[in-house]
Design a protein around this ligand. Structure first.
Ligand SMILES: Nc1ncnc2c1ncn2[C@@H]1O[C@H](COP(=O)(O)OP(=O)(O)O)[C@@H](O)[C@H]1O
Ligand SMILES: [Mg+2]
Length: 245
């Protein structure tokens, strides 16, 4: 069953068509990778899924519901989480506090009446996420002092605290060391057991290793979709993207 679907989604910036009539569908539980050259429209496409940009044309459906013109906070409440805002991190708080605050604000939205007992839930959820994202050993570190790799993990932890059904990750290993990239890949693999994930990624080793299906963007259009093997042998993809690398 498809959890997210787009119909003819288009985004124009003045005369530039950044995303061009994209029909796209992701099934529940899938880990889908989006690849393509710089400027292909991948980030713009994710920004429309999360409500940060409005499509110029077309529609977006989440679990069959039209969410095309919903603001980001409504889309987040419906269960789509994204990590491209590093501003979500409170630099002066610890890792634990950052996750706790995110989990707590989610709870408040679900239930405006404050019950003392819910604080325990939030603490439990925070502990779970610390383990899932493998940063439990950094729980008491101040966010500002984290390495780049651990900041990226914390962003994902904060996104998870909202209990998303669909997680949008935009280049989570960009700028990470080989060791950090390996750790991030493991975390994404673990998360994919419980969440549907759309992963925009340039690192082809990461993509080939994690994705079940790959969608290839070029100049705003989807030019191919298939298994890692199919994509690595696809002539137009090799010409447009893989060949240049
Ligand atoms: N806010 C914006 N205003 C104008 N042009 C933009 C804006 N955001 C992206 N673009 C342009 O849209 C195209 C797609 O960009 P982007 O979605 O960032 O591609 P990708 O993530 O695949 O590298 C690029 O040509 C980029 O310059
Ligand atoms: Mg991008």
């Amino acid at each position: 069953m498809s959890i997210l679907e787009t119909k003819d989604v288009t985004k124009r910036f003045g005369g530039l068509t950044a995303v061009d009539s994209v029909d796209f569908s992701v099934n529940e539980g899938e880990l889908r990778a989006l690849i393509g050259p710089n400027g292909a429209g991948k980030t713009t496409f994710l920004a429309m899924l999360s409500g940060r940009l409005k499509p110029t044309e077309g529609e977006i459906f989440f679990r069959g519901e039209d969410i095309t013109n919903q603001p980001p906070y409504v889309i987040s409440q419906k269960g789509i989480a994204t990590t491209f805002q590093i501003t979500n991190i409170f630099q002066g708080l610890t890792v634990y506090e950052n996750i706790w605050v995110a989990a707590n604000s989610r709870k408040k939205k679900l239930n405006p009446f404050v019950h003392f007992s819910r604080l325990k839930d939030v603490a439990e959820r925070t502990e779970e996420i610390l383990e899932l994202v493998r940063i439990k050993d950094k729980a008491n570190e101040i966010a500002a002092n984290l390495s780049h790799g651990d900041q990226r993990l914390l962003e994902i932890a904060i996104a998870l605290a909202t209990d998303p059904q669909l997680l949008l990750l935009d280049e989570p290993v960009a700028g990470l060391s080989p060791k950090e990239t390996g750790e991030m890949s493991k975390v994404i693999k673990d998360l994919s057991k419980e969440h549907t994930i759309i992963l925009v990624e340039h690192d082809m080793d990461v993509v080939m290793n994690l994705a079940e299906t790959i969608t290839v963007f070029d100049s705003g259009k989807v030019i191919a979709e298939g298994t890692p093997k199919e994509i690595s042998e696809h002539k137009e993809v090799i010409r447009a993207y893989l060949g240049e690398r």
